[in-house]
Design a protein around this ligand. Structure first.
Ligand SMILES: [Zn+2]
Length: 326
């Protein structure tokens, strides 16, 4: 059995939120634990349930020995309902309806009932809608603890009724594998991991915004013999829309950084295995310097197309940057 205090090092933000909720009695009635690591979320949920069901709490930690703690450990606490997806990975609408019935019984031993819903994303929209009613008007004092690794598959109405607790990734290494396992193309996942770590939802958002296409466009341009009109066309295309241009700048930065790392033999430091090295270091440095300048001017009105053009021309060696971006 985990105690909240034992999880502080791994998930400092989440544990602070939860201990404040428990000790300050300002508890939200529903928490949604969202993050790439299932195990982290489950440990936190069980620690939180322990703190709420314990009748002899030490600060925000469960005591581990009272009747409440023993029943939680024995998985037979009468005030806890713990839902997990069935063998088909589904949380059915019937299961959610049964949850509502079970919550309608009064808490007998703790001062609140607890409903744990693991993998809340296993609920299809009708099941989520069924949960919504219970979530809005629980029959009695109830604390809902939901976990998900794919928060975007939850209806906005569910999300807005929960306090979201974002879980930190355990470590950055291997982040791209988490994204790749979630179905993102490995080559794209490697670049996106540099920007969002193992956050599948944010990575998927970037994919939806065209990250894959931007990566392909950039790798087509970043060669020594690319003609200037090709660069200008690409800059006009990528720079037209602000969100797209921001993403292009971010991906360009990752690309240049990776190429520099590889050029200096620091292969382990690069995010992508595919980053080419055919551009001379001096060009890469010029491009990186231009990107720095752009960052400085980002607050003022920047001509995105021109800015992209300048960086791309510098990286490919067509110009040695001297002109001002302002
Ligand atoms: Zn206890």
């Amino acid at each position: 059995m985990f105690l909240l205090s034992q999880l502080r090092e791994e998930q400092p933000f989440a544990v602070t939120t939860l201990t404040q909720a428990i000790e300050g009695e300002r508890r939200h009635h529903a928490y949604l634990f969202a993050g790439p690591l299932e195990a982290s979320a489950n440990n936190l949920v069980m620690a939180m349930a322990g703190s709420l069901l314990c009748t002899d709490r030490r600060g925000s930690d469960a005591c581990g020995t009272c009747a409440g703690c023993r029943k939680l450990a024995g998985k037979n606490h009468p005030d806890l309902v713990h839902l997990q997806p069935d063998e088909k990975g589904n949380l059915s609408i019937d299961t959610i309806r049964q949850l509502a019935n079970r919550l309608s019984l009064r808490a007998t031993e703790a001062d609140t009932k607890i409903a744990i819903i693991e993998h809340a994303d296993a609920m299809k929209p009708p099941a989520q809608n069924a949960l919504l009613k219970t979530l809005e008007e629980p029959p009695g004092p109830t604390c809902f603890l939901l976990t998900t690794t794919r928060i975007r598959t939850l209806l906005p109405t569910i999300r807005s009724r929960c306090q979201t607790v974002r879980l930190a990734p355990k470590k950055r290494a291997g982040a791209w594998r988490v994204l790749a396992e979630a179905g993102i193309d490995p080559e794209i996942a490697q670049r996106l991991a540099a920007l969002v770590g193992p956050d599948v939802d944010r990575a998927q958002e970037l994919v939806d915004k065209g990250a894959g296409e931007i990566i392909a466009a950039l790798s087509g341009i970043l060669t020594l013999d690319v003609p200037i009109p090709t660069i200008m066309n690409a800059a006009a295309d990528l720079g037209g829309d602000k969100e797209r241009a921001d993403l292009a700048f971010a991906l360009l930065e990752v690309d240049i950084r990776d190429r520099l790392a590889r050029a200096h033999g620091a292969i382990g430091a690069s995010y992508s295995e595919q980053a080419g090295t055919d551009l001379p270091v001096s060009h890469l440095c010029n491009g990186a310097a231009q990107l720095q300048t752009i960052r400085r001017y980002q607050a003022v009105n920047l001509n995105r197309t021109m800015a992209l053009e300048t960086v791309l021309l510098a990286v490919t060696g067509h110009v040695t940057p001297t002109r001002s971006m302002a």
